[in-house]
Design a protein around this ligand. Structure first.
Ligand SMILES: Cc1ncc(COP(=O)(O)O)c(C=O)c1O
Length: 416
């Protein structure tokens, strides 16, 4: 398999794009190879510029729940395009979009659209602080919520550590009100929530690899928030419309005060949203004094794509179908002989190169990343495209079927 054209493009890209990419993980450095430059994608496949075809489990980092270039989305965007690409004024489609999200995710009574998940999180944090009049935000170690200053704080041992920025360029002041607790540790969260504005949590962790909440964990966060007066923010940018139509909150039956969404709800175009209880969201301008805005928020093309995707995901049986395909992929990986523990929740999974169990950041980072890197490189050579990091989720979508799982089995046999 030749990837000469990708290599040539990478060399050219590095002259004017930092590291050759527009988002760091795309560079594939953590699996020790050069990135593939993608020419097109359809269904469960992506093709690189050299014409190689891959069964894709990157799923554009989550949005591709319907697979790539789904006809419903292509048709909706094509139909919307001639009417104009941006108005900076309200449109009917935004209203229908909001109705569709609120119907599927009942805890969201009102929402605000944004152009990315990061912006949605920024908005949710500001609303939580404005609504409670408190500053501290509790965050789980290993949780990722977008590249925003106050949440680029991570490691530290012990039950609760004060936020220490772990990216140069984030001043200590930006994380001074960030409190870190381990994922799946109810006691640490309860203690940290004292006088806090909110806890923000991925209800199924996806950004340290997939880690399910342990039984009772999300319920304990709900109780601790109620006891302390802090708000419960579920960052469902990854899990929303993926682990169930109504997200992790539907799957686990725990109701947050605020929810952040992105990825799947944009149908592959730039969309995010945050929303929740009407009384809380009412602090937001223009109803209240808390400011948040965006030139392209609710963009007509992005809204058309998102609405088409949500329409497809409202069909009978789609989540059962993707659950079955995901279970088949999980079994295929487990049966491949690779020394992994597979964590899976619905259509997201991670094979960890460790003995397990993997329940938090500490146990996730005990994985053998060199072994993962070798495995991922061999899979790519065998025509399967995994996320290029041990600490990411593999995404299954409605376009994957048994034939793709069979191709994956063959690639796994070569990689394990
Ligand atoms: C849970 C979670 N929150 C927020 C974000 C940020 O979203 P975006 O990259 O669209 O800004 C991500 C992105 O991966 C995410 O996984």
């Amino acid at each position: 398999m030749s990837t000469a054209k990708s290599s040539a493009l990478y060399a050219r890209a590095r002259r004017h794009l930092v590291g050759g990419v527009n988002s760091p993980v795309r560079a594939m450095t953590s699996i020790g190879r050069e990135p593939l430059f993608i020419a097109r994608a359809e269904g469960a496949y992506v093709w690189d510029v050299d014409g190689n075809r891959y069964v894709d489990y990157l799923g554009t980092w989550g949005p591709a729940m319907l697979g790539h270039a789904p006809p419903a989305v292509i048709d909706a965007v094509s139909a919307a395009l001639p009417a104009g690409t941006s108005f900076g004024a309200p449109t009917e489609r935004e209203v229908i979009f909001a109705e569709a999200v609120c119907e599927a995710v009942p805890s969201v009574e009102q929402l605000r659209m944004t152009s990315s998940g990061s912006e949605a999180v920024m908005g949710a944090l500001r609303v939580a602080r404005a609504a409670t009049g408190r500053a501290p935000i509790v965050k789980t170690i290993g949780g990722y919520h977008g590249a925003l200053d106050p949440l680029l704080a991570e490691a530290g041992s012990g039950a609760t550590t004060l936020g220490v920025p772990n990216s140069p360029g984030v001043p200590e002041g930006a994380t001074a009100n960030t409190r870190l607790v381990p994922f799946n540790d109810p006691a640490a969260a309860a203690e940290a929530l004292e006088e806090a504005a909110a806890i923000i949590v991925e209800p199924v962790a996806g950004n340290m690899g997939v880690i399910p909440p342990q039984p009772g964990y999300l319920e304990s966060l709900r109780e601790a928030c109620d006891a302390s007066g802090a708000l419960l923010i579920f960052d469902e940018v990854m899990t929303g419309f993926r682990v169930a139509r109504g997200g992790a909150q539907e799957r686990y039956g725990v109701t947050p005060d605020l929810t952040c969404l992105g990825k799947v709800i944009g149908g592959g175009l730039p969309v995010g949203a945050f929303g929740g209880r009407r009384d809380i969201m009412g602090v937001l301008a223009p109803e209240g004094p808390c400011y948040q805005a965006g030139t392209l928020s609710g963009n007509p093309l992005a809204t058309a794509a998102g609405l088409a995707a949500l329409g497809e995901l409202a069909r009978e049986g789609v989540y059962e179908q993707v659950e079955q395909t995901s279970a088949a992929l999980e079994e295929a990986i487990a049966a491949s002989g690779a020394p992994v523990v597979v964590n899976r929740v619905g259509a997201m999974l991670t094979p960890f190169f460790t003995q397990g169990p993997v329940t938090d950041y500490r146990t996730a980072t005990a994985s053998d990343t060199d072994a993962f890197a070798a495995f991922a490189r061999k899979l790519i050579d065998a025509g399967v495209y995994p996320p290029p990091s041990q600490f990411e989720a593999w995404f299954v979508g409605l376009a994957h079927d048994e034939s793709h799982i069979e191709q994956t089995r063959e690639a796994l046999a070569a990689a394990a």
